[in-house]
Design a protein around this ligand. Structure first.
Ligand code: SF4
Length: 250
């Protein structure tokens, strides 16, 4: 029995123990080894979360080289660009991913809190909560670890990202945390991965249609997200207690 298996057969799951274990082995390795290590540790209780945005192809390609069966969770908020959904389908086919899951908001939440579909124009925090945070929290109940494509160079709260972090009873895995923008672009070019169709149209970071703008030269990559607001993150990377605190002020 390996040390990883021994930890996993315990009656409880402690994300801090898991981070210690994973850090000791994979804190300073390449992204594919981070994903491979997480898959060995969590097995089918590990997923990748992808927005199928402008840089998503790189992490999806790396993951597909490790396992094409890895569950990929895609939040279909009901407010996405059609181009993003077509890009999802294109990459899924190209990379041979077999378990891409589209996660949608709860219909009762939408009926009760956003019957006209314009909540984003009144409170982006409340809209993100019912369309992103709550659906993500529900689907993650089936997982102990999940990875996303956040990188330190994206700045803000991302500037100190480690490979592994404990949050809300799970382990968040950031295989690309230490990559630079050039690393991402080089990999994308070498792998021959297609661009999100909106990149050529001036969009750098792509989320929901009402909350995504083009950026001007010299602006940061995420400057077009929730433009004009203090908001910089949708909330899926915050703990539920942080989201509750933000909502109480909205
Ligand atoms: Fe709503 Fe905008 Fe958040 Fe999408 S990004 S869930 S439209 S507030």
């Amino acid at each position: 029995m390996t040390a990883a298996t021994a930890l996993k057969t315990a009656d409880y799951f402690d994300p801090l123990d898991a981070v210690d274990y994973l850090d000791a082995r994979y804190a300073n390795v390449a992204p594919e080894e981070v994903i491979d290590g997480a898959l060995k540790y969590f097995g089918r209780r590990f997923a990748l979360v992808s927005s199928f945005g402008s840089e998503s192809a790189v992490l999806l390609h790396i993951a597909s080289q490790v396992s094409k069966d890895i569950p990929v969770l895609f939040l279909d908020t009901g407010k996405l660009f059609g181009e993003t959904k077509r890009y999802r389908d294109e990459l899924t086919k190209l990379l041979g991913l077999t378990d891409v899951r589209s996660i949608t908001p709860d219909q009762n939440d939408l009926q009760a809190q956003d019957p006209k579909g314009i909540l984003w124009s009144q409170s982006t925090n409340k809209c993100c909560f019912i369309r992103k945070v709550a659906p993500m929290a529900r689907v993650l109940e089936g997982f102990e670890g999940w990875a996303s494509g956040r990188k330190r160079y994206q700045g803000g709260v991302r500037s100190l990202l480690p490979h592994f972090e404990a949050s809300d009873g799970r382990v968040k895995v950031n295989p690309l945390a230490f990559w630079t923008k050039d690393d991402v672009l080089d990999y994308k070019e070498r792998a021959g991965l297609p661009d999100h169709p909106l990149v050529a149209d001036g969009f750098a970071s792509i989320g929901c249609m009402p909350c995504t703008d083009r950026i001007e030269e010299g602006e940061s990559e995420r400057a077009g997200r929730w433009r004009g607001q203090a908001k910089t993150e949708c909330g899926i990377h915050l703990s539920l207690s942080e989201n509750t605190r933000i909502l109480s002020k909205s």
